[in-house]
Write a protein of this length. Structure first.
Length: 450
């Protein structure tokens, strides 16, 4: 229930701000607004305190502002000057652009609120190096402290992620030089030969596949799945893992590798429980992996090294003005990164797997709402930017498509023909339907595909 409510609230607020942008600029341009609708379909609620009818509809995936327009019905000569189509092209462009701009402004305000409370960050210190990854091949070691990437200073893991995400979108670029201070205090340069995956890299970096993680994991069971193989075998939270089939395991990642490579195979797990050595027989479940091969899983998660994590954490406080500047910068950076990724997808340099639809958005909305208000506002800001950027794409039926038409009108000195606009609308609908289909299929694959 919380997922549905969080999704509907977020979507309602974001759509309302988008449409209010169109509405307020239309009113400033003296255009008559006939209806302000949140949602589509048969109206559930109506309210008309003045010349504008305010409507709430049952399908929450958008909304619209209907203005007086001679192309959609007869307009009295006394009101023609208030119709949308009678406005100069620059006014029409301002009205259309106001919706996406409102979403970007909302994101900036939300970030301003969040940044004004202080920003909790993690120092760019390496807690874990995943074996058989780019970072491991580059020679990274736990305890390494990143100081610069590609000659750009990095002061937090957020800076590290930003640089990596920017670098990975540059096809054919040389290896990225990472300036590092080792745990022993030596200054060295490690060369990261990044896989150039485009936007897909973001998800892989978050999973640790690139090999650098801030957290340190102890070889101690911190969480067990109720019906997992570990729980069924009698392992308990707090058990310290020591060996598998007599082979000593000193770290969590070695343990994970062995389990993954042993689907369905009975293993003798040596653990230390309350100071007493025990041996427990565990048969990992066989689950299909991403490459189609079966991997072993036992339903166990490690305990974090909390002392290390506490050492990583620090908080940056900003003045009200500084927070505003940071918020605008973060909004613009995120929007520009979205544009770049969309461009990479358009030319085939990034995977269409990165598209997300309403099911994924609803799922993330619920997760962020459970984490607290700050996480939920951060989620809303990100989606607001996505809505703004998406609507500015030059696709007919979107705001960006209308802006494209009006730009052509400015250049030609007259509007495009009705036939040209109709053809554009058909192409736009087809393209949008295709994108929505891809997004929905990705949602289904993420949420139910394993």
């Amino acid at each position: 229930m919380i997922t549905l409510l969080a999704f509907l609230l977020a979507l309602g607020v974001l759509v309302s701000f988008h449409e209010f942008g169109h509405f307020i600029v239309a009113r400033m341009c003296k255009v008559k607004v006939l209806r302000f609708s949140i949602g589509f379909g048969r109206p559930l609620l109506r309210w008309q305190p003045g010349e504008t009818e305010w409507v709430l509809c049952p399908i929450p995936l958008g909304g619209y502002v209907r203005m007086l327009d001679e192309r959609e019905g007869a307009v009295a000569s006394s009101e023609r000057h208030r119709s949308f189509n009678a406005q100069p092209v620059l006014k029409r462009m301002a009205i259309v652009a106001a919706g996406p701009v409102a979403n970007l402004l909302l994101a900036a305000v939300l970030y301003w609120i969040l940044i004004g409370q202080g920003v909790s960050l993690l120092r760019p210190w390496v807690g874990t190096v995943v074996p058989h990854t780019v970072a491991a091949e580059a020679g990274f070691l736990p305890g390494d402290r990143l100081t610069a990437l590609g000659r750009r200073p990095v002061a937090s893991w957020r800076d590290v992620q930003r640089v990596l995400l920017e670098e990975v979108t540059v096809p054919g670029a040389p290896a990225l030089e990472a300036e590092v201070t080792t745990a022993a205090g030596a200054h060295v340069v490690r060369r990261l030969d990044l896989p150039r995956f485009g936007a897909r890299f973001a998800r892989e970096f978050a999973r640790g596949d690139v090999g650098l993680l801030p957290a340190r994991f102890q070889p101690v069971l911190g969480e067990l799945t109720v019906d997992g193989a570990a729980a069924r075998a009698g392992l308990k939270v707090g058990d310290r893992l020591q060996s598998i089939d007599g082979v000593v395991m000193n770290d969590w990642l070695s343990w994970v590798d062995t389990i993954r490579n042993s689907p369905g195979k009975s293993l003798q797990i040596g653990v230390l429980r309350n100071g007493k050595a025990l041996s427990v027989a565990v048969r990992p479940d066989s689950d299909p992996g991403e490459d189609g091969l079966f991997v072993g899983r036992i339903g166990a998660a490690p305990a974090f090294d909390t002392a290390w994590y506490d050492a990583l954490r620090f908080t940056v406080h900003y003045s009200l003005l500084q927070a505003g500047v940071e918020a605008v910068g973060k909004t613009l950076d995120t929007a520009w990164m979205s544009v770049r990724f969309i461009g990479r997808m358009a030319v085939g340099q990034a995977s269409m797997d990165n598209l997300s639809g309403p099911l994924t958005i609803a799922s993330v909305a619920g997760q962020s709402a459970r984490e607290g208000l700050a996480a939920y506002l951060d989620f809303m800001a990100l989606i607001s930017i996505s809505i703004g950027v998406l609507n500015l794409l030059p696709i007919p039926v979107l705001d960006g498509g209308h802006l494209m038409y009006y730009t052509a009108e400015l250049i030609k000195g007259r509007p495009l023909s009705e036939r040209a606009q109709q053809i554009g609308q058909r192409i736009g609908f087809a393209l949008l339907a295709t994108l929505m289909a891809f997004a929905l299929l990705n949602d289904i694959s993420r949420l139910w595909g394993g």
